[in-house]
Write a protein that binds this ligand. Structure first.
Ligand code: PHE
Length: 349
């Protein structure tokens, strides 16, 4: 019987050392130590032994059992370690790999222009102000020297919401609001950019467009003059569009300024030689400007004998076109990603 037990031990240990995976190891465990296992059946035969042999064989079986169990456990531990190792290797993350980039949107060219203009004027001491897009007839027209029935109202076809409220046709409404709100009559230097609306629907106009307005008011003795206006607009246009731009002032008419001017800029496309964009003139009209009309001062709480200043207004879309050499205004509002992508944070990265 002894030899039989030793043989069982040896073959068990050999089989254990030959196993390649947990499953076969388990089979070996069942084969030798299970209820119907080889060692168990040896134990069952113990009844036939003599009283002296029994403890000897008993302790031998126990010893062998412990050996086999040990070997099994050791091997099982090895397999588990290997499995863990494999898992760790498979699941390692290389934190030095570049991350997946999140596609960010970009600022619209018109908003870029607004920010640039605001920065420039703030650097010259202006305040940035805002006004409502849903405006009253009073501020949009009447307080700007455009009473009801004034023929110049025809220049701006409007979207009236009620008899009194309309979508503002010009940021000039903010001129009146700023003057009226300034009770101390301290000097005004303000810039205001925003959306404006007119009932226009041909190919070169959109019913909604952007304007920026500037207003400077000071005491008469400070003598805010046409020369100041000219100098300011020159800095503005050259800084925003380019040093090589030429400016041209033409006499014009606006009800809220006197004298009034229209300011042309040399065509960015042909450099002033004449092309389809500038209709062969070499010039493109960009600004309206002038000396604030005494009626406007009076209507908004300023004594025209004591105060004076200048105002100007311009279309933001035009400026964006100039600045980025965009040939067609409709690109600005078509929401075409191929167009907008071209402005992807170039100056921010
Ligand atoms: N508001 C005028 C327009 O929309 C432009 C302008 C502004 C003219 C300020 C003079 C002074 O046409």
């Amino acid at each position: 019987m002894k030899e039989e037990i030793i043989k069982i031990k040896e073959s068990a240990l050999e089989e254990i050392s030959n196993t390649q995976d947990l499953k076969t190891l388990n089979d070996v465990r069942v084969k030798y130590l299970g209820k119907k296992g080889e060692l168990t059946s040896v134990l069952r035969g113990m009844g036939a032994l003599s009283a002296e042999e029994r403890p000897v064989i008993g302790s031998l079986v126990n010893e062998v059992r412990a050996k086999i169990e040990n070997a099994l456990n050791e091997k099982e531990e090895k397999f588990k370690q290997a499995e863990l190792q494999e898992k760790l290797e498979k699941e390692t993350i290389d934190i030095t790999l570049p991350g997946a980039k999140i596609k960010r949107g970009s600022k619209h060219p018109v908003n870029r222009v607004i920010e640039e203009i605001e920065d420039l004027f703030v650097s010259m001491g202006y305040d940035v102000v805002a006004g409502p897009e849903l405006e009253t007839d009073e501020f949009c027209f009447e307080r700007l020297n455009l009473p009801k029935g004034h023929p110049a109202r025809d220049m701006q076809d409007s979207f009236y919401i009620t008899n009194e409220y309309l979508l503002r046709t010009q940021t000039s409404a903010v001129q009146a609001r700023t003057m009226l709100a300034n009770e101390e009559k301290s000097p005004i230097r303000m810039i205001c950019a925003g959306k404006t609306y007119r009932r226009e629907d041909d190919a070169t106009h959109s019913h909604q467009f952007g304007q920026v307005e500037g207003l400077v008011i000071d005491k008469k003795e400070r003598n805010v003059s046409l020369a100041d206006l000219k100098g300011t607009l020159e800095i503005f246009v050259k800084k925003l569009i380019g040093k090589n731009c030429e400016l041209r002032f033409r006499p014009s008419y606006f009800p809220f300024t006197e004298p009034s001017y229209e300011v042309d800029v040399s065509c960015f496309k042909c450099g002033g030689k004449g092309c389809s964009l500038c209709k062969q003139t070499g010039w493109i009209e960009v600004l309206g400007a002038g000396i604030v009309h005494p009626n406007v001062l009076k209507m908004n709480g300023y004594d025209p004998e004591k105060y004076g200043g200048f105002a100007f207004g311009t279309g933001l879309d035009r400026l964006a076109m100039f600045k980025y050499a965009i040939p067609d205004m409709r690109y600005l509002y078509a929401n075409d990603i191929r167009f907008l992508n071209q402005f992807d944070r170039k100056d921010e990265e």
